[in-house]
Design a protein around this ligand. Structure first.
Ligand SMILES: [Zn+2]
Length: 377
């Protein structure tokens, strides 16, 4: 980085000159770009006389997205204060995550949306779960008769997303089972869509996926139970799967905890864990859009996006495919601009081409949020 002109007392925020390749998409790049007044400019703009210009070198990629992140849930599984939620979001930001879709929070995090130094936050509101069929205290727990009204309520509270916990261990059966009937899933999807929102579901079990797909769910979280059949269906409808492979790696711990009382559940969780890389690769190969999610908050700490990207590499995705899942595809899916001319400048500078090796993202040199360098110098 070098300063080409000294600031004058009247100068506006520094102008950034990005001198490296700007990766607009998997096959689109520009030789450089500018950031003026917080916005990306593809062409050299007219600059005010005496404007401070900061040159930043390196490959330019859009800020990473985390589609499954719990800002506002603490390590103890309880709701945090707003200040702790802010620290969680800052931890994610500093790793290069500049766009978060929260996948359910215990507290109302909407005040954080006014804080310009935090990642852009798209809230899901509170998780909805069947009575006693989820982690205690996380969700609004309810019965099918109350589901459509609860979906409509959360749609009104959130930013266009509702999350339903689709399956969990059924202690009477001793295994994972769907928490809701086909009709309940359909009613929930209809209530969300009628309210102008999209709906996603937490799902581990094979049996839940056909129900969610039949109902027209817009997204699938974890989706460890994908089979050849449900992969083909999700591909056909382009229904994205939010991979949370770091979390799925933890299934061994859940299996061990449940071993004595619920041996079938333990065996099931181990099978799902063992198949995680093959299933992810199969889904990708079939054309199912994969989106990165960390499931940070609660059991897993924040700031782990690069571990999730390493997991996608283990599943066989290339650098370009990982960048697609981590940045380009989720931004399009959420309707948030990437590096287009005029877009808010939320981007990372990385020292090597991340299309050939995703680990370049971990070595980022600067994080720029809203046109300001927030990490690096
Ligand atoms: Zn989660």
């Amino acid at each position: 980085m070098s300063i080409a002109a000294t600031p004058t007392p009247t100068a506006a925020a520094p102008v950034l000159r990005l001198t490296g390749p700007v990766l607009l998409g998997p096959e689109q790049e520009l030789p450089g770009a500018w950031v003026v007044d917080g916005r990306i400019r593809h062409e050299r703009p007219d600059l005010p006389r005496g404007a401070e210009i900061i040159e930043l070198d390196g490959f330019v990629v859009p800020g990473l997205a985390d589609l499954h992140c719990h800002v506002g849930i603490g390590d103890d599984g309880a709701g945090t204060t707003l200040e702790v939620a802010r620290q969680q979001a800052l931890t994610d930001r500093d790793t290069g995550v500049l766009l978060i879709r929260d996948a359910g929070s215990i507290i109302d995090t909407s005040p954080l949306q006014q804080q310009r130094d935090l990642p852009r936050l798209i809230r899901c509101g509170r998780h909805l779960a069947r009575t006693r069929r989820y982690l205690r205290g996380y969700a609004d727990e309810l019965e099918p008769a109350d589901l459509p009204a609860a979906v409509a309520r959360e749609a009104a509270r959130g930013d266009g997303w509702v999350k339903l916990v689709g399956d969990w261990i059924d202690r009477e059966v001793g295994d994972l089972t769907p928490c809701w009937s086909a009709e309940d899933f359909a009613d929930a999807a209809r209530a969300a869509h009628d309210a102008g929102a999209r709906i996603t579901t937490h799902t581990f079990d094979e049996a839940t996926l056909p129900l969610a797909l039949d109902a027209g769910f817009d997204c699938l979280e974890h989706a460890t139970g994908l089979t050849d059949e449900t992969i083909a269906r999700a591909a056909q409808t382009s229904t994205p799967v939010v991979t949370t492979l770091v979390n799925v790696g933890e299934f061994e711990a859940y299996a061990a905890q449940g071993e004595t009382k619920f041996p079938a559940y333990a065996a099931h969780m181990r099978r799902l864990r063992e198949g995680r890389y093959d299933r992810t690769r199969d889904a990708h190969d079939a054309g199912v859009p994969l989106l990165v999610g960390t499931d940070a908050g609660g059991v897993l700490g924040h700031g782990i996006v690069h571990d999730e990207l390493d997991e996608l590499a283990r599943a066989g995705l290339t650098g370009t495919e990982i960048l697609q899942a981590a940045a380009w595809a989720p931004r399009r899916f959420l309707g948030v601009a990437g590096l287009e001319d005029g877009a808010p400048a939320d981007l990372l500078l990385v020292p090597r081409d991340p299309r050939s090796d995703h680990r370049a993202l971990r070595d980022r040199t600067q994080v720029v949020l809203d046109g300001r360098v927030v990490v690096g110098s």
